[in-house]
Design a protein. Structure first.
Lengths: 122, 122
């Protein structure tokens, strides 16, 4: 089994070791802006629990954590004003997805018309 | 409030009106193969409940439905053999995302190295 690396940048942000303004902050979920935004709205939604990725979360998180995270994701998108215009939620898991930080994060992308599901070079 | 259109193709598949082999089938979640796959593994994961999109699901689904759907998503990817190599989960919500069918569905994409988060023309 893979083990969680508590030195990753999102873990450090969650512990307050690296300052990052929080768009949303509750017991189970924190949202921040992506520092390299790829759309007018580009948020990262992090569970406060230590989960490597979606696979780890789906297997190990408690029922309470799962419900809180999903409901917060919906609320964060609504609060960002993209629920009516539309948005995309992306979870990258493991090597083939190019996941960059080994702490589960959802990308919420919106604020303009997005392109196809995958890139043209795919 | 938007209302759910029970004539959409995924609703018809869930009711068995249109045949579609099921990769996964339980009380809360059904998975099928995308008919226009964009990767060696391209699954669509549908809740059996009537939810338009992720926004609708996050707001209206029961705690039980949310937990069942998230755990099934993880299991379906593991059963497809992409949990170690990696995969991407995508939810399209509303106009800007080009959501095509108004019944919540997660895309699970994997089986090869995927491209960047968004397309180059984005």
């Amino acid at each position: 089994m893979r083990s969680y690396d508590s030195g990753n940048i999102f873990a450090r942000i969650l512990r307050g070791e690296i300052p990052s303004p929080r768009v949303h902050d509750d017991a189970h979920t924190v949202a921040i802006n992506d520092i390299h935004p790829q759309a007018p709205t580009h948020l990262l939604v992090l569970p406060t629990g230590s989960y490597i990725d979606f696979d780890d979360f789906a297997a190990r998180a408690s029922d309470e954590e799962i419900v809180a995270y999903v409901r917060a994701l919906g609320k964060i998108a609504r609060d960002a004003g993209v629920a009516d215009s539309g948005y995309r939620v992306i979870f990258n898991v493991g090597p083939d997805s190019h996941q960059e930080v080994p702490h589960l994060h959802a990308h919420i992308l919106g604020g303009r018309a997005l392109g196809p599901l995958l890139t043209r070079r795919d």
